[in-house]
Write a protein that binds this ligand. Sequence first.
Ligand code: ADP
Ligand code: MG
Ligand code: MG
Length: 250
Amino acid sequence: MLKIKNLHASVEDKAILRGVNLEVKPGEVHAIMGPNGSGKSTLASVIAGKEEYEMDQGEIILQNENINELSAEERAHKGIFLSFQYPVEIPGVSVTNFIKTAINETRKAKGLEDMPAKDMLKLIREKADLLEIDRKFLSRSLNEGFSGGEKKRNEIFQMAMLEPKLAILDETDSGLDIDALRIVANGVNKFKSKDNAVIVITHYQRLLDYIVPDFVHVIHEGRIVKSGTKELAHELEEKGYDWIKEKANA
Ligand code: ADP
Ligand code: MG
Ligand code: MG
């Protein structure tokens, strides 16, 4: 699904990623952990093709295609989804209307007609039911006055509707209460299939009590310094990140 080879990236001429290698196969869930400022969000942004990030070296391969030169929009159309890609508040545009537009834009990029309204409605209902999303929520204005949990619900709904090949969820450290954690975890668990892959980025082990990853990677100073299975996340919970840092610097 995704292969990252020797990825180096910088922001404003400051080197952040210093040789990341990662392979994610279809059907897998990978967790990326690491101390604050280690480069987790940068990695997510570079994979998604955000413009502020400069790729200095390496290759990003999605389904056997090198996507180094593709824009964020083109990558989204190829099936990469990054949470918080659309954090804007749009008064007067509902959760539903926003996602309808996003879906039809993706179809247009593939040379397809708009999805027939009937099919769209069916899809929306199916996904909302799957994620236990209240119909009333769907007519709310996008992100306007959303609580932390509602923002998560919206993101997960967007993910479920867009059916990406690779979903990257960057769970920032703050504001994730237990409800929000459950929304994200249930969403991911219902979304994942043998044909897609998920990368969950988190600072804390707690989320991984609900989403069981196949692999856990630890980033430190822009490199993956340790990879393992879910036990690694528990080890980090117990011991913190210092032992990883010491090992990496040894
Ligand atoms: P993490 O998500 O692991 O906490 P980040 O990827 O957000 O880490 O940040 C890694 C480093 O890159 C930090 O030192 C941060 O200050 C810097 N950085 C990230 N994004 C930007 C940006 N847009 N402009 C300037 N510096 C940035
Ligand atoms: Mg951070
Ligand atoms: Mg971050």
